[in-house]
Design a binder for this molecule. Structure first.
Ligand SMILES: [Zn+2]
Ligand SMILES: [Zn+2]
Ligand SMILES: [Zn+2]
Length: 348
């Protein structure tokens, strides 16, 4: 029966134009491609599909497919590589393919075609045969062909596989990656350094992190650094000691340490302390620096500043007065030997 059919097939080949068109392509959309190499697209759809006697599959094309047809160098059916045949007559029932790219004088039609033998086709009712056609310089064309080679569709709907956050899903049918990666799983825990916090993807093998954000919030004390309100990490510096107690300690220390150095450079005592202002009026929050001169001009004594009410105005060891809240107070400028000047401060 097959032998008889093969004769019919041979005739059918000659008359392919007249017997084509039993089945139209189901889909003519080009497959989604992610290849980075610049490859040409295979012809999107044969002009017609048909079977030639038996289950062999013939894909007919117009002359625009000549280049592609002559570049075909590999045909795989269900993962099995087919042998390239030199004539259409040897295709019958075999695992062979034949590409007719150019026409010759014996051709009665202008149809060019790719003939794929049914040799490795699955014949189950539910079978969808995977046919991959490779042509040099072109993207592979993946076809879904039914059991008798009559229904042919370009494979476009990738299915199956599971996307992870690092890898796209792999199509069960064609083995290509498709779709998008799954989103990262950042969880609730932060990682941090001295300045930033961020989250790291919890999924195995994934190094993705969220963007780094600076720590924020929390308040430093003199003994404990600020705690970031987002990630809970400590950050920044300790709070500086209050200027006034610091004054005392430093001055105290200076008094303790200086004497050792003093003998070779004698301190010239001041006879008078002169401040550039006798009274100052400040708005709350404002600052002003007091300029102090000692007389005689060659006096080398250090001076200290002291506020009579630091709730109203504070003063630093360098003489910068800061208005804290409404009220009045005095800033006393004093030398170690006891000379002093007083500045009246009004905070409005
Ligand atoms: Zn696929
Ligand atoms: Zn991830
Ligand atoms: Zn943080």
């Amino acid at each position: 029966m097959r032998k008889i059919s093969s004769f019919i097939m041979a005739c059918a080949m000659c008359l392919s134009m007249t017997v084509v068109g039993t089945v139209a392509p189901q889909v003519a959309v080009q497959a989604e491609e992610t290849a980075t190499v610049e490859l040409k697209e295979a012809p999107k759809a044969p002009s017609t599909y048909k079977t030639v006697a038996g289950y062999d599959c013939q894909l007919n094309y117009g002359d625009d497919a000549e280049e592609w047809l002559s570049a075909i160098d590999k045909v795989e059916v269900n993962g099995i590589e087919y042998e390239k045949a030199t004539s259409s007559y040897s295709i019958w029932n075999n695992a062979k393919y034949y590409a007719k790219a150019t026409l010759d004088s014996s051709d009665s039609t202008d149809v060019r075609y790719l003939l794929i033998g049914e040799g490795k086709f699955e014949k189950d009712e539910s079978a969808v045969n995977k046919v991959v056609i490779s042509a040099d310089g072109y993207k592979d064309l993946v076809l879904e062909v039914n059991k008798d080679g009559k229904t042919v569709a370009i494979h476009t709907k990738h299915t199956g596989g599971t996307a992870t956050c690092t890898k796209k899903a792999v199509c069960d049918f064609c083995g290509e990656e498709y779709g998008e990666c799954a989103s990262h799983n950042y969880g609730d825990e932060y990682e941090s350094d001295g300045t930033y916090h961020w989250k790291k993807c919890q999924n195995e093998g994934c190094d993705a992190t969220t963007e780094k954000e600076a720590h924020k919030g929390g308040e430093a004390t003199t003994t404990k650094r600020a705690v970031c309100e987002v990630c809970g990490a400590e950050y920044g510096d300790l709070k500086q000691e209050d200027p006034k107690p610091a004054d005392k300690t430093t001055e105290g220390k200076k008094d303790d340490t200086k004497p050792a150095e003093k003998p070779d450079r004698k301190t010239v005592k001041a006879k008078k302390v002169v401040v550039n202002k006798k009274r100052i009026v400040l708005k709350k929050g404002k600052k002003v620096k007091l300029k102090v001169k000692l007389k005689p001009a060659n006096a080398t004594e250090k001076v200290t500043f002291k506020s009579s009410n630091k709730k109203v105005a504070k003063v630093t060891k360098n003489g910068v007065v800061k208005a804290v809240k409404k009220g009045k107070c005095k800033i006393t400028v004093k030398t170690a030997s006891g000379k002093k000047a007083v500045v009246k401060v009004t905070v409005k």
